[in-house]
Design a protein around this ligand. Sequence first.
Ligand code: PSU
Ligand code: MN
Length: 334
Amino acid sequence: STWVLIGSSSPSLIGTANYASRRDVRGCPSMSVVQLHPEVEQAVADHRPVVALESTILAHGLPRGDNRTAADRFEAAVRRGGAVPATIAVLDGAVRVGLTPDQLDRLCAGDDVAKLSVRDLAPALALGRDGATTVASTAALAHRAGIAVFATGGLGGVHRGAAETFDVSADLPVLGSTPIVVVCAGVKSILDVGATLEYLETLSVAVLGYRTDAFPGFYLADSGFPAPWRVDIPEQVASVLTHRRGLGGPGAGVLVANPVPPESELDRGLHDRTLASGLELVEREHVTGKDVTPRLLAHFHEVTAGASLAVNVDLVLSNALLAGQIAAALAEQR
Ligand code: PSU
Ligand code: MN
């Protein structure tokens, strides 16, 4: 069963035990802090399609107010694609896989919502903090909960200047050891895209362009780099994951790079100017570490007077819909 693979392939991400079955997962003390929403739990148990959604984009990537509306729209897009949505976050001292409307309200309005990568999960749980999960922690938690498909906006990656700062998102190594499908619009264009693609190759992550030969550039449909592989239908992505698992070995992830719909793309000139001023700004304000990405995204939203916000929401909607279709195709192939 899938549970055997899920349990045995990345035992060390969150806990230390090697879980071999669903019963073991439930019985493990470290899993008692993982609370599945009843609808999600039932869907996973029935092997029906489920798509994980991250919460850092809500709490730290989109402005207050817009984020709450967007949260509902992301979940609705997953349902349109044919799957049950499971937004993941840490609330009330527990990991929540699938949030209630009240929990989404808190996550989107909260002033004290930490940004949690994988390494932050245990401290946040121990100290009873609320937190939003990044691509890295959402992928790890989704996988442990038995969810095979995950949608986000733009993947984190190698930052510009990383040769000196060492700023490389944990999104990359986690994807390198988690056999899950992540649907994104490429990596965020604020990053060093070429270096990120190289690192994904080093980590053995399969990179698939969806209906494109060009690797997408988040706000832009084309990053200027080619996509290593091209797929054209959700069934092909499902088949790639099935084969990835069938090959065994350390389970790396599958990255589906779905370009922003052409009609939603940001104007390239505006993009390039805003990026240049944003990079100057983080330098001038000495913004470092996990604050860099949220600061640059906020700068885009300010300078483009909401144009980048609309693009960001549109591309996540498109990814959530596709992720739903991929999860549905995967359930069909079982
Ligand atoms: N995609 C978006 N907006 C976001 C993110 C992704 O459209 O805010 C978040 C994800 O949670 C991703 C994080 O994991 O940005 C990357 O942060 P960092 O560069 O600090 O690893
Ligand atoms: Mn970083």
